[in-house]
Write a protein that binds this ligand. Structure first.
Ligand SMILES: Cc1cc2nc3c(=O)[nH]c(=O)nc-3n(C[C@H](O)[C@H](O)[C@H](O)COP(=O)(O)OP(=O)(O)OC[C@H]3O[C@@H](n4cnc5c(N)ncnc54)[C@H](O)[C@@H]3O)c2cc1C
Length: 371
């Protein structure tokens, strides 16, 4: 028989699927309960990533006050530093790494279980999907899926002590803005071979048709594919921007890393169903231009704690959480749509010129600038 719980009382048993920024934020804010995190990566994520340009350090402190140090100070915020900071707030053994969650058993009951690595966990009072844009938990809450914004951010990471940067340029072609920019980020010395511990973290906002991008659906190749930068990418940059910026991106691709990140957007109209909930990118996805994806996930973590402390029953706490996340997710979505009006004007689903067609168009015009 299912136990009776009062939201304010500690010791709900809670499974969090996904141990990135949202999952670890939530594990910190729900420390009054028995929380376990299932993370697909087989190793800690202290050496993952590039940078986030904007992080609310006060919010970070609110989530994890005990271990606050100025680890995350610097130019941009290195993902691995943020992750390490949040991880340090947890108890040993709270995260199972190498946990490939494939679904939820007994999802419609008050004691759902996590299916992972061919087995099934003990029952939990709550399961929260913090498993990002390709969430597999989302399907237990809603049929909604992310929609493609019409543009992709090509991200570049390379040593700042080796390559002159950052890139810089903005160009309008037939009403569409193409923009490249970057900033330095402090990383651990030796990361990607850097001697000074500084990388260039860069991007290009580039309209691309949906047929050219991968869908945000989790499959067995997740994280495994190595993407080769196509030659048209460099032709496109040469056609759009100055020689220095074109040279930067060639060097970055040759010596560092360049990867496409299609911008998907989502604002779930429900983020709770029974004892399953969503948080972070699993619940809402927005353009990096908003600088607020991780921030919104962290706010979800605080909202969850406040809802559970609210003094009502568990169902009303979950409803309170649902209302809060849905409202903030919708506001974030609107900000994301506003950004898309520059980089992919029109409606999602409108057909865009392929970058190769843009190159041909600019060549035919003799490279004349439109701005
Ligand atoms: C170029 C770029 C710049 C950005 N800049 C900013 C910024 O400046 N400020 C900001 O606030 N936000 C920024 N964002 C957004 C931010 O990075 C994301 O919103 C944030 O990382 C989402 O965190 P999350 O924990 O919800 O999901 P994710 O970071 O996607 O993590 C999901 C986790 O779940 C795990 N997982 C997935 N599936 C499973 C499974 N089946 N089983 C087990 N584990 C699983 C994954 O391994 C991963 O660790 C930026 C994003 C991009 C692309």
């Amino acid at each position: 028989m299912a136990a009776q719980f009062h939201a304010g009382a500690p010791n709900l048993s809670i499974a969090i699927i996904g141990g990135s920024l949202t999952g670890l934020s939530l594990a910190n804010t729900l420390s009054a309960h028995t929380v376990h995190v299932y993370e697909h990566s087989s190793t800690p994520l202290t050496l993952r990533g590039g940078a986030l340009g904007a992080v609310d350090v006060d919010l970070l402190h609110q989530i994890c006050p005990k271990t606050y140090k100025h680890q995350v100070a610097g130019h941009g915020h290195f993902y691995g530093d943020l992750w390490g900071y949040l991880y340090a707030g947890l108890k040993p053994g709270q995260v199972t790494f190498g946990a490939n969650v494939t679904g939820i058993e007994d999802a419609g009951t008050e004691r759902p279980r996590v299916a992972f690595n061919g087995g099934v966990s003990e029952p939990y009072d709550l399961i929260v999907g913090c498993d990002g844009g390709k969430s597999i938990v989302r399907q237990y809450v809603t049929d909604q899926m992310p929609t493609y914004s019409g543009y992709t951010v090509w991200r570049g990471l390379c040593r700042a002590d080796d390559i002159e940067g950052p890139p810089s340029g903005r160009r309008q072609v037939r009403g569409v803005i193409y923009e490249t920019l970057g900033f330095p980020v402090s990383v651990p010395r030796g990361y990607m071979g850097t001697e000074e511990g500084v990388l260039w973290n860069c991007g290009i906002y580039m309209a691309m048709p949906e047929s050219m991008v991968e869908r945000p659906v989790r499959n067995r190749q997740v994280g495994a594919a190595t993407i080769e930068v196509p030659e048209w990418f460099h032709e496109m940059i040469s056609a759009l921007f100055d020689r220095r910026t074109a040279s930067f991106w060639r060097n970055c691709a040759a010596k560092g890393k360049v990867t496409p990140h299609a911008v998907w957007e989502l604002a779930c109209k429900r983020v709770v169903k029974g004892r399953i909930a969503l948080a972070g990118d699993a619940a809402h996805m927005a353009s990096p231009r908003t600088g607020a994806g991780a921030y919104t996930g962290m706010r979800d973590a605080v909202a969850f704690k406040l809802a559970l402390e609210g003094g009502g029953g568990l169902e009303s706490a979950l409803e309170m959480y649902n209302t809060d996340v849905v409202e903030r997710g919708e506001a974030l979505f609107q900000r994301s749509r506003a950004a898309a009006s520059s980089f992919a004007p029109g409606e999602p689903g409108d057909v865009r010129m392929k970058p190769q067609e843009v190159v041909a168009y600019l060549k035919a015009k003799g490279g004349g600038r439109e701005l």
